[in-house]
Design a protein around this ligand. Sequence first.
Ligand SMILES: [Zn+2]
Length: 354
Amino acid sequence: MIGQLLPILTYGSELHGNPSEEASRTARRFARWVAMGYQGSNENKIEDITGIGKLETLTHRKRIRWAASVYARNELELRPRAERILREELGEEEDVILRWMEGTEGNPREEGEVIQTEERVGYTDGSRMEGVAAAATAEKAIFLGTLATVMDAEVLGIAGAWEEGYTVVKSDSQAAIKRCQNLISAIQEPRSWIDERVMRAAGRRGGVLRLEWVKGHSGVEGNEKADKRAREGVARGVWESDPSLATPAGIRQAYQLFEKKKHMKWDRDELRGLTYLHTDKGPMRHWLFKIGKAEDPKCRCGAIQNAAHLMMSGCVGGKRRQWEQIWDDREFCGEVTRFLRNQGEMEELNGGGG
Ligand SMILES: [Zn+2]
């Protein structure tokens, strides 16, 4: 349910330019309404439980992703706007953007035919460790950094090998080989400066190039070397604080629009039960008594009716639960809400707990 409503909320705030105070308040009210957080419940906790993040963050990500897609689709007329958005949203990472734009405009390379007659076999590999990527041939590495995917690295490795004059290039990534073949035969359009580099490198060789797959981590010497070189490239770039070379796919990966939270799939009763149990604030008698809305803090069984009681006593569904289970126990959380509703003391509060 939230998964469906959230895009509408972010879209609404997008229409008004930057997310306004009002839109953020609406999102928070919405989160409260969904989870029916009671008086005194922690706002961040409710956002966490419902999966509704800060609207500012979502809009920020959405703008960055939109700008990245403009570059990926090569929409020239939208570029100035995309460029402005990137400067606004990624302000302090200006270096990254400048380099990205340089890359997108195409790395200028010296013109001139390279005539190659003998066959030279080279190996390539791409690596991504702890979110940092690098591409490599057996001889050298190119640092990509945090805004590129492992696929970008694999493909750049192939382009690099061709640029170095290899005619037979061996990669352990079938996906990257396929991608390069599709680019060369114009089945797919270039989507980044890396793709353009592949096409340029291949175009200069005119059909003498061959791509071959080699099984990774199987002791093939050239492949092992390229793999080692790529991993060294990651470590060296991090050590020397080299700036990242961004790609649209890398940006999409780094700025995911919606984190896939499993709770976004839960229904309202389930989310409410989870909120009550987690915050220990809700229509259980202990809390209602505390805020002056019930005469008695006790359950029908005679014990104090708080979150712990609901979980441990077996009053709900006759089964005891562990605290660490409640995040996953969708069914039980729904049961808690229904149990409390059946007590007749749960009011449907308008706009969340009062
Ligand atoms: Zn009880």
